[in-house]
Design a protein around this ligand. Structure first.
Ligand SMILES: NC(=O)c1ccc[n+]([C@@H]2O[C@H](COP(=O)([O-])OP(=O)(O)OC[C@H]3O[C@@H](n4cnc5c(N)ncnc54)[C@H](OP(=O)(O)O)[C@@H]3O)[C@@H](O)[C@H]2O)c1
Length: 291
């Protein structure tokens, strides 16, 4: 299959590039707004629909994986237009091309589309009620896909970590090495997700040609944890001795509202695609060993 990947320089994009090396039976066209010198990543701006049309046609694309997004949750609060452009308008562009070419769009959304007030893991059909700008634009992107009529597989994921890009794990490794004490919030609970695990299921769906299994699927690692507990484990596995102190979101002083509980139920994805998913701690330990 010919696979178009957008946002290939991002965290998930890089994980996909690495994992795709084991799938030589498919041809991957990796794209982003910054191309790489070695031509592994070529230029494609997803805000330009004609550019997506052109590449989809010239490369005879069979499936599109959209890893591009505006992911800075704090910055989105003030940079609303750009967040909307990338997370919704550009998604409309990609979905439109997917519909025109009758190819499946594999898209990534977020646990933040839920408001966090449920006391049990969220299932795909639960009400979406985003509480911040980033999440609102991501939910708007989801609706663009549903309205386009294209075939889609939508994975909602959370708290990505890996050796690639910027993420909480890497920030905590650095900060716990630099500081004696650190305050981390304990009143936001979710599930860290190892980006290569998400890359693996995307590649499995493509490789096993399960692209007609259209729908929304939650995908995170197993388990649940607060940011505080996650930081404590990162500190521990780093061999650092930072004194990590739990604080609540109000004490932490973030101006951006985040769901207090965004654990996702993965029954549907496991049953549909026959996957087993590791616990976040097992993935964290294995990731940190590789660093
Ligand atoms: N990271 C998380 O914890 C998390 C949690 C839940 C859901 N998700 C979702 O998972 C997906 C992947 O996230 P990620 O962490 O891998 O994101 P990321 O690291 O921020 O990567 C996004 C990529 O998209 C690129 N991009 C920006 N504008 C573009 C444009 N106009 N055209 C094409 N590419 C453009 C970015 O380039 P620049 O960096 O140069 O702007 C970047 O390389 C996203 O949909 C995100 O919403 C992520």
């Amino acid at each position: 299959m010919n696979v178009l990947v957008t946002g290939a320089n991002g965290q998930l994009g890089q994980a996909l590039r690495a994992a795709s090396k084991s799938f030589t039976n498919h041809r991957f066209v990796f794209t982003d707004v910054v191309s790489s010198g070695d031509d592994e990543v070529i230029y494609l701006d997803i805000t330009l629909i004609d550019a997506i049309r052109t590449i989809a046609k010239s490369e005879k694309i069979d499936v599109i994986v959209n890893c591009a997004a505006y992911t800075n949750v704090d910055k989105a609060e003030t940079d609303i237009e750009t967040a909307q452009l990338l997370n919704s308008d550009a998604v409309h562009n990609i979905a439109t091309v997917a519909k025109e070419k009758d190819v499946t769009l594999i898209h990534i959304s977020t646990d933040f589309v839920y408001n966090g007030s449920k006391a049990a893991p969220y299932v795909e059909t639960d009400e979406k009620n985003p509480v911040n700008v980033y999440a609102t634009t991501k939910y708007s992107g989801e609706k663009q896909i549903f309205a386009s009529g294209c075939k889609y597989i939508l994975f909602r994921t959370a708290w990505l970590f890996s050796k690639y890009g910027n993420n909480f794990m890497k920030t905590m490794i650095r900060l716990t090495g630099e500081r004696d004490t650190l305050n981390v919030v304990y009143d936001q609970v979710g599930t860290p997700t190892y980006a290569p695990e998400l890359a693996n299921i995307i590649l499995k769906v493509i490789d096993e040609n399960k692209l007609d299994l259209v729908g929304e699927y939650n995908f995170t690692c197993e388990g649940s944890v607060s940011w505080y507990d996650f930081a404590v484990m990162i500190n521990y596995l780093s061999g650092h001795h930072c004194d990590i102190r739990p604080c609540n979101s109000e004490e932490y002083g973030s101006k951006v509202k985040r769901p207090s509980f965004s654990v996702l139920d993965k029954s549907k994805v496991k049953k549909t695609f026959g996957v087993t998913i590791p616990h976040w701690f097992v993935s964290l330990e294995s990731c940190m060993k590789q660093l």
